[in-house]
Design a protein around this ligand. Structure first.
Ligand SMILES: [Zn+2]
Length: 106
């Protein structure tokens, strides 16, 4: 197994995991539920970590992560609900607050 991504933000890690799984890459999330154990452990050690199970999937996984994280390489997306064009950095439509799939979040 190889670690492909870690972040203090669980939401980002979960997002990346969804992306990788959608590509058929088997991943394991570690440190997902350790927040209750925080105390003696340095905060960094409790970040959720995403591990690629199969070594041969790793280069592809790394590429997907980099693409997901680089704003320069990513195209804007068009909201399915209201048609507004949103910067890739936005997790939801700034116009109508729906996600890229057109699901209203609020
Ligand atoms: Zn919208």
């Amino acid at each position: 197994m190889k670690k492909v991504y870690t972040s203090e933000n669980r939401f980002y890690v979960g997002n990346i995991r969804n992306l990788l799984e959608a590509q058929g890459i088997e991943v394991v999330l570690r440190n997902e539920h350790v927040s209750s154990a925080v105390g003696e452990i340095p905060v960094f050690d409790t970040w959720p970590e995403l591990w690629v199970v199969k070594e041969r999937d790793f280069p592809r996984a790394e590429q997907i992560v980099q693409q997901a994280l680089s704003p320069a390489g990513a195209a804007p997306w068009r909201c399915k609900r209201c048609g507004e064009e949103n910067d890739q950095a936005f997790e939801f439509c700034w116009q109508c607050q729906s996600d890229p799939g057109g699901i209203l979040l609020t």
